[in-house]
Design a binder for this molecule. Structure first.
Ligand SMILES: Cc1cc2nc3c(=O)[nH]c(=O)nc-3n(C[C@H](O)[C@H](O)[C@H](O)COP(=O)(O)OP(=O)(O)OC[C@H]3O[C@@H](n4cnc5c(N)ncnc54)[C@H](O)[C@@H]3O)c2cc1C
Length: 241
């Protein structure tokens, strides 16, 4: 078996290394001290294809393999851990799950802008009482026919203040425990969806980590990912990625 990197992988590694040196290194300490999100840098990362690296180009991605993704992520993380966290969440926790499990309409509407880096996304699973034990979801989504009503709080959500689209995990049928959990795509700005306080972290301070507050947020049924009750498996598959 040949473990050497291919020419293409080496090129991607070098391109990410160059980008990190020229675009991320200047000001990285200041951004971290000031907890300043690397807006301009993330925009350029999107233009380079770094925010949807493994996504099929027909959905706005760069169509690369996972080794290329890891090589590029290493180069970004070496210089700016915050930019790397933005990148890894958008690639692994948002785009990968949407590409694997969403229907065509959802992919065209949400995955395309996310994978092309036009906007960034967030993945909201953790709660004050549901960290390691992700089955203890207290956020509820009540089925109202053509929509769900979402209520609850998510904690420590990366890209929480800067994302446009959010994957939100919620309990739809408490009696079914983890089989009664669903995942939804929620848009910033929907009535009742508030971005909570930003965490003042010890490190990776350029990456914003927020709580998210949902009060009677109306989520159209077409924004549910997969079949009813698929949310917990979805979340675990996404985290494996
Ligand atoms: C910077 C940052 C960014 C984050 N970004 C996101 C995000 O984008 N989306 C998201 O959904 N979440 C995010 N999180 C939340 C993260 O996933 C949780 O912090 C994690 O799941 C752990 O949960 P917790 O913090 O509640 O710790 P707890 O679950 O309370 O665990 C505390 C400690 O107890 C240990 N422990 C827990 N249960 C057991 C057990 N049964 N047996 C033995 N030991 C145990 C754990 O290993 C840990 O050491 C982020 C967290 C941080 C710090």
């Amino acid at each position: 078996m040949n473990f050497n990197l291919s020419e293409e992988q080496l090129m991607i590694q070098q391109a990410a290394r160059d980008f990190a040196q020229t675009e991320l290194l200047p000001g990285v300490i200041e951004r971290d001290n000031a907890q300043r999100f690397p807006h301009e840098q993330v925009k350029k990362m999107g233009e380079l294809g770094l925010l949807g690296m493994m996504v099929d180009p027909k959905y706005g991605g760069a169509g690369m393999d996972s080794v290329s993704y890891v090589l590029a992520l290493e180069e970004i993380a070496k210089v700016d851990a915050s930019a790397a966290v933005v990148m890894s969440v958008n690639n692994s926790l948002v785009c990968a799950g949407l590409e694997k499990f969403c229907n065509e309409e959802q992919k065209m509407k949400y995955l395309r802008p996310l994978a092309s880096g036009e906007v960034i996304g967030a993945f909201a699973l953790s709660e004050p009482e549901a960290g390691s034990d992700a089955t203890s979801q207290q956020t509820t989504a009540v089925d109202k026919g053509d929509h769900y009503i979402l209520n609850g709080t998510k904690n420590w959500i990366t890209n929480g203040g800067n994302a446009t689209y959010y994957i939100v995990i919620a309990q739809t049928d408490p009696e079914k425990k983890h089989k009664g959990i669903n995942a939804f795509i929620v848009e910033k700005g929907w009535p009742g969806f508030e971005i909570g306080p930003k965490e003042d972290k010890l490190g990776i301070r350029g990456s914003d980590t927020h709580s998210l507050l949902f009060t009677d947020v109306k989520v159209p049924k077409e924004n549910r990912i997969g079949e009813d009750g698929f949310g917990f498996n979805f979340a675990m598959a996404v985290l494996n990625g």
